[in-house]
Design a binder for this molecule. Structure first.
Ligand code: ZN
Ligand code: ZN
Length: 375
């Protein structure tokens, strides 16, 4: 064997050995992995406040959910939420044969993951009374071990009082849940009226998952309750929602001074929220109007043909808007997809066009009306 052949053999052998040491015979195939990235939900801030994307109603195996608590953190991170609360049922723990009943445990198991992923994590629970009155979520709670598990109707007041004693933020969940099966349950019932009178009720769910509880929006406006939108997710979010593109879970947009738990509490107490689900937003006019005005802008006239002027109208947010002409002479209906614009025309010589925002509710039967000033 020549010296050259010996050298080549040695070189090849070393190379093979080195390769074997590098991958140990295992090739990595990470190309099919989900890339680790957090989606950004683009919704503009309004004057003086940050717009925070929040979901304050979700379940884990510690009540009737199907996932371990840290999975809720992973989902919220990936979907681009700012704040979340796990709100497992106190009175309903169907996995108790497999998972020890402990009303603080989901919080304990998820709080470090939330902190490490820049999520504002708020401690909560769902007080789950029979309907009526139904279910109440309590946020900013303390130790949940002393809450009442007995569902007897005569303990309803005491059960809610447990959260009130801890100065929790309390909202009435999915009021229309049993509208068709329990007569009289989807009304402004005495129990809730009393809670409100005693300053123990702070908010109400208008959007719960895929349901718009329309009467609740009127009750919120008439009784000065904070408007809430939540997923009430039990399964994986990606199982129930067709995520991606412009699909997001149902949530509450909170207008907070800062991105902190304290600021969120202040904003919730002050009622600065808009609920968002599917194509729709709902809330008090004082909150819906600045949000829509921050998202939808009419540009300057860019063209003219005969008596028609041309304008571009844009939506700089991930919200979806459908507008219908209310007064004036111009384009009759406008669909504004997330982060997109449309060309509209208006008859020359007008000062403004008024549009009804069909996807923005300020009462059960009333949409926001916006005025676009023409130049
Ligand atoms: Zn519930
Ligand atoms: Zn729930």
């Amino acid at each position: 064997m020549s010296k050259l052949k010996l050298f080549l053999l040695f070189f090849l052998g070393t190379a093979l050995l080195l390769q074997a040491q590098t991958d140990n015979g295992v090739m990595r195939m990470d190309e099919f992995r989900n890339p680790k990235k957090r989606q950004m939900i683009s919704i503009p801030n309004i004057e003086g406040f940050q717009t925070l994307k929040c979901d304050f109603h979700m379940h884990t195996v510690f009540s009737d959910g199907h996932v371990w608590p840290n999975v809720r953190v992973q989902e919220a991170w990936q979907e681009g939420l700012d704040a979340m609360a796990i709100t497992d049922h106190i009175e309903y723990t169907p996995h108790k044969a497999d998972v020890l009943v402990n009303h603080n445990r989901a919080w304990e198991l998820a709080k470090n993951a939330a902190a490490e992923n820049n999520l504002v994590f708020i401690k909560g629970t769902e007080i789950t009374r029979n309907t009526p009155p139904g279910h109440f979520n309590a946020l900013f709670i303390g130790d949940a071990s002393g809450y009442i598990e007995d569902r007897s109707g005569d303990l309803d007041s005491q059960a809610v009082a447990k959260a009130e004693e801890q100065d929790a933020f309390i909202f009435w969940n999915h009021p229309g849940w049993k509208a068709t099966s329990v007569e009289g349950s989807y009304e402004w019932i005495d129990f809730v009226g009393e809670l409100k009178k005693e300053n123990k009720l702070d908010g109400i769910e208008v959007f719960n998952g895929f349901g718009f509880h329309k009467k609740a929006l009127d009750w919120a406006v008439d009784n000065d309750l904070t408007v809430m939108g939540t997923s009430d997710i039990h399964n994986l979010v990606a199982h129930d929602y067709n995520l991606g593109g412009c699909v997001h879970r149902s949530m509450t947009l909170v207008f907070a001074k800062e991105r902190t738990a304290e600021s969120i509490r202040e904003a919730l107490d002050a009622g600065r929220t808009v609920a968002w689900a599917s194509k729709y937003i709902a809330g008090k006019e004082e909150n819906v109007r600045p949000l829509v005005e921050a998202c939808v802008k009419l540009g300057a006239q860019f063209h003219n043909k005969g008596d028609r002027n041309y304008y571009e109208i844009s939506n700089n947010s991930d919200l979806y808007f459908e507008l219908e002409l209310e007064s004036g002479n111009g384009t009759k209906s406008i669909k504004l997809f997330p982060r997109s614009s449309q060309v509209i025309t208006a008859e020359a010589g007008q000062k403004s066009l008024k549009y009804k925002v069909l996807t923005a509710f300020i009462r059960s039967n009333q949409n926001l009306v916006v005025d676009f000033v023409l130049d």
